[in-house]
Design a protein around this ligand. Structure first.
Ligand SMILES: [Zn+2]
Length: 111
């Protein structure tokens, strides 16, 4: 019997470094996740970055439903994402698109 994958915040917000190969939410973007997100273009929501921190937290205001979402990625994205930047968030596969770059994000709006 295989053990089900268990992702809670404690497991997910683990410390990692450059070259991290983990594919848990918020870590490296698996190719399949990127493909699924690309294959479902209707699920992207336009958003604007409200806050970004070196610890990987990114807060975005989603324009389509007027909500705020808090996302987390293992990398410090302050060099590539700035407050006021237009981004897109995939509502099903939790991918953040910034220009041509895509990131696997952990959505923590349930905190
Ligand atoms: Zn990582």
């Amino acid at each position: 019997m295989t053990q089900p994958l268990h992702h809670n915040l404690q497991d997910t917000l683990l410390e990692c470094h450059d070259g991290c190969a983990a594919t848990a939410p918020g870590h490296s973007l698996p190719l399949i996740q990127e493909r699924l997100a690309t294959a479902t273009p209707g699920k992207w929501a336009d958003a604007v970055v409200v806050e970004v921190s070196a610890a990987g937290w990114i807060e975005v205001a989603v324009l389509t439903d007027d909500t705020t979402q808090v996302l987390w990625n293992h990398a410090d994205l302050t060099g590539s994402v700035g407050v006021g930047d237009p981004v897109a968030v995939h509502s099903v596969y939790d991918v953040l698109a910034v220009g041509g770059a895509k990131y696997n994000v952990l959505r923590v709006d349930s905190l």
